[in-house]
Design a protein around this ligand. Structure first.
Ligand code: FES
Length: 151
C-alpha cells in the first residue's frame, strides 16, 4: 500500500481512515473546558483524539507549550478560548489569538503545516460547537497525516 495516491499526491484513503492523530487541546477553564463538559454530559459523540490540558486562561499559554506538544509526538494542537469580551482576565484571549497568528508563521517556517494548530472560541454553553470544532480538527489532521519532525 502506498503512502500517497500517485495521481493527486493526497494521502491514500485507507491510510487516512486508519490514522488516529494525537491532538493536544489547551482549553480555558472558564469557557471551553465547561463547553467540553457540556458536550460530554449531553452524550454527543465526538472523536476521542484530543487530550485536554486545562489552563486558567489561554493568555497563559506560552508558544513553547505548543512547540513542546509537537516535539513530544502531537500531530495537532488546538487552543480553545473564551469569546472576545468574555475573558475573565480581560484580554488574555486576545493576546492568545495574536500569539497564535505569530506561532503559525513560525511553525510554517519550520515545515509544520499551520492547519495543525487551530485557535477557536468555545463558550461554556457551546457543547455543540465544541463537538464541531474537535470533529473538524481531527478530520483536518487525519488528512495531513502523521507529523514527522526531522531533528
Ligand atoms: S479566561 Fe478564558 S480565555 Fe481568558
Amino acid at each position: 500500500m502506498s503512502a500517497t495516491c500517485l495521481l493527486n499526491n493526497t494521502p491514500d484513503a485507507d491510510i487516512v481512515a486508519e490514522f488516529e492523530p494525537r491532538i493536544i487541546g489547551f482549553l480555558c477553564n472558564w469557557c471551553s473546558y465547561a463547553g467540553a463538559d457540556k458536550a460530554g454530559s449531553s452524550q454527543t459523540p465526538y472523536p476521542p483524539n484530543v487530550s485536554i490540558i486545562k489552563v486558567m486562561c489561554t493568555g497563559r499559554i506560552d508558544p513553547q507549550f505548543v512547540m513542546k506538544a509537537f516535539n513530544e509526538g502531537a500531530d495537532g494542537v488546538i487552543v480553545l478560548a473564551c469569546h472576545p469580551g468574555d475573558c475573565h482576565y480581560k484580554e488574555g484571549n486576545l493576546r492568545a489569538a495574536q500569539r497564535h497568528a505569530m506561532l503559525i508563521r513560525v511553525l510554517e517556517q519550520m515545515g509544520i503545516e499551520g492547519k495543525r494548530c487551530r485557535f477557536d472560541y468555545v463558550s461554556a454553553g457551546e457543547g455543540e460547537k465544541y463537538v464541531q470544532v474537535i470533529t473538524e480538527m481531527v478530520a483536518t489532521v487525519k488528512q495531513l497525516g502523521k507529523l514527522s519532525l526531522i531533528d
